[in-house]
Design a protein around this ligand. Structure first.
Ligand code: PRX
Length: 635
């Protein structure tokens, strides 16, 4: 059906108009024609943003793995579903066909069941980028268990917080992981995390690096022997359209990470449909997204979206710099990648290496280039366009979020003319609005405001695990009857959107969302620290890096400041992970505060960014005198 695959701009506008005028008819047609259901829905959409409550395909029954695997067996059984490229380029790649994926998911699902996992139970997956990561995700979905994947770069404290928050019964992990030349002791991190988790009954361990690890009697089991004994048949659990499929944690500006809950049918329909169109995926293309499955990009556009379309999706274990900075291009040439989806921070890191390595490889298979996770600056956009795409492959700068489940604003390649740094037009079915500070919608073009979405789309997260009130406050309270994204954006003279960045206290470092409060809380645990404030400042590779202002309890602290800086970063690494380390730590006598005691981050941000001539009025501060002192000691 034509609506499923948009091929030119006029068609985009036609389909877009239909999708917003008759959203229910539109999504019903997509759902009916492109998926298999055990039972069709009674009602396409029921929603109320004031509660907030959103239900898509109410009453429908399905299993997402039947859509991602079983239904392809007849026509695509021997086609590669997952193409695994290991960390070590000398280790052979592995092609897992749809038939093999079916068997491996079924076996894994049976192992889960034999180890006490039932529909609705939460399973934490802390596994590196190896096939078992995708397979364990699908195995959970097969039996209706709710997966909670935690990025295998997070620390033990971050892991235990997430395990406890959603009360996971099981952890799936590996003995360790390869990352370039390094190995990481994942099982050791899990052991440490589980010291503070009483909910976990079983730990299944994948053997990957063959390290000597401790296996706790009665709790820890090697996975392979269990898989070898398991049946290759496992009936898919019939799920309700609105049953939770997974929880994925994302940082908020304050407090605990938020366990975003995605449900089954809407998420499936939207990720599949966006995958097909935003990447212009055609049968027999080889698609590669370099994200980790530990992030939403990996969930939606390595696992579910591609597999729901019967695509070949590449799963890469390694890093862009190993064995050298040509690795991405080596893989593009080796597997004749057609669609390549990565993050601006990776592009900037690779651009720094010049063009020699990228010119060494044959990249002629590429048809579409994607960017996601943070604004892509103009320089990086042109480098990507000129040197990787050779000005022939459109760049889709796709804006979306963990909470949105799928791509929301993006050019459609070969359909929407691209414009550097612009995510361009809303995707089919998406109704953005820009709001001013008074809560009024900014109509027309050439306006800038806070980015909201006016109408539900099928893959919107339905709640925060265990805290619906926080969901309401975070996303539905800033503006009446709107989903608030936390981002600012502008709309240019032709209606193209450009995302200008976060308007809250979330900082995006190398594409990772980091809330200031959890980092400050960690720093404040250092016995010498009285108070701290974190802001972002521009960084040529990471996009933003973290600048910390720290007040010591004893201003005359005699200890070496460099040692203190190391200790502070060590605490952050233990509590959150190395991604949250501070690039700069300035010890200061005070922090600028409002009369009500709130830290004026705006001023700190400007100082960190070296924009001192633009500090605004500081006279209303409680302590204006600290500002000059901070400027004088700026790093
Ligand atoms: O600020 C936006 C930024 O990343 C945030 C969402 O982060 P996360 O939930 O981790 O999901 C990232 C992958 C989907 C957004 O609120 N962001 C994401 N994509 C873009 C972007 N900013 C600008 N341009 C983008 N293309």
């Amino acid at each position: 059906m034509s609506n499923y695959h948009i091929k030119h701009l006029e068609e985009y506008y036609q389909v877009y108009r239909k999708s917003v005028r008759e959203p229910e008819n539109f999504w019903e047609e997509i759902a009916e024609e492109h998926f298999i259901w055990s039972k069709k829905w009674d009602k396409v959409l029921e929603w109320d943003f004031s509660k907030p409550e959103v239900k898509w395909f109410k009453g429908a029954k399905l299993n997402i793995t039947e859509n991602c695997i079983d239904r392809h067996l007849a026509t695509r059984g021997d086609k590669t579903a997952i193409l695994f490229e290991p960390n070590d380029p000398n280790e052979p790649a592995e092609n897992i066909t749809y038939k093999q994926l079916h068997i491996r998911v079924n076996q894994f699902a049976n192992v889960l069941k034999e180890n006490g996992i039932k529909k609705g139970d939460r399973v934490c997956i802390y596994v590196p980028m190896i096939p078992e990561l995708a397979i364990s995700v699908l195995a959970c979905a097969r039996i209706g268990a709710i997966h909670s994947v935690v990025f295998a770069g997070f620390s033990s404290t971050a892991l235990s917080t997430r395990i406890n928050d959603s009360d996971c019964k099981m952890v799936i992990t590996a003995d360790g992981s390869f990352r370039g030349k390094k190995t990481i002791d994942l099982k050791g991190i899990v052991d440490e995390a589980l010291e503070s988790c009483t909910c976990v009954e079983n730990v299944l361990v994948v053997k990957r690096i063959n390290s000597d690890i401790h296996m706790k009697e009665g709790r820890d089991k090697w996975l392979q022997p269990l898989l070898d004994k398991a049946s290759t048949e496992c009936k898919a659990e019939i799920m309700d359209a609105e049953d939770p499929l997974f929880i994925l944690y994302t940082s908020g500006s304050t407090g605990m990470p938020k366990g975003m809950v995605h449900t089954t049918a809407g998420y499936m329909v939207y990720t599949a449909y966006t995958f097909k169109n935003a990447f212009q995926y055609r049968e027999n293309d080889v698609y590669w997204c370099t994200a980790d499955i530990g992030w939403i990009t990996g969930h939606s556009y390595i696992v579910y979206g591609p597999l729901a379309n019967g695509a070949t999706t590449v799963l890469f274990e390694g890093v862009p710099s190993y064995p050298d900075f040509g690795r991405f291009w080596d893989i593009v040439e080796k597997h004749k990648i057609n669609q390549f989806y990565t993050a601006p921070t990776a592009i900037r890191a690779l651009a720094k290496q010049g063009t020699e390595l990228v010119d060494k490889y044959d990249l002629s298979s590429l048809k579409v280039l994607g960017s996601v996770g943070e604004p892509i600056n103009e320089e990086a956009w042109h480098w990507y366009n000129d040197n990787v795409g050779k000005k022939k492959s459109p760049i889709i700068d796709s804006w979306w979020q963990t909470e949105t489940g799928g791509i929301m604003i993006t050019p459609i390649p070969y359909v929407t003319p691209t414009k550097p740094t612009y995510a361009t037009l809303p995707f089919i079915g998406i109704q953005p609005a820009l709001m001013d500070e008074n809560g009024d919608e900014l109509k027309g073009n050439q306006v800038e405001g806070r980015l909201c979405i006016k109408f539900p789309w099928p893959s919107i997260a339905r709640t925060i695990w265990g805290n619906h009130q926080r969901y309401k406050e975070t996303y539905f309270s800033a503006f009446d009857n709107m989903y608030f994204t936390g981002d600012g954006a502008l709309r240019d003279e032709v209606g193209y959107y450009r995302i200008t960045g976060r308007v809250d206290d979330v900082i995006i470092v190398s594409g990772h969302n980091l809330g200031t409060a959890p980092i400050e809380d960690s720093i404040n645990e250092h016995p010498a620290v009285a108070e701290s404030a974190i802001v972002g400042f521009p960084h040529d590779v990471k996009g933003s890096a973290l600048y910390g202002y720290v007040i010591l309890k004893d201003a005359g602290e005699s200890r070496n400041h460099d040692n203190l800086r190391k200790e502070i970063n060590q605490i952050i690494t233990e509590h959150i992970g190395p991604i949250a380390k501070l690039d700069k730590i300035q010890f200061s006598d005070g922090l600028p505060k409002t009369r009500s005691g709130k830290i004026m981050r705006r001023i700190l941000r400007k100082i960190a960014s070296n924009e001192m001539d633009n500090l605004g009025d500081t006279s209303t501060l409680l302590n204006p005198e600290v500002v000059q002192n901070i400027i004088d000691n700026r790093l």
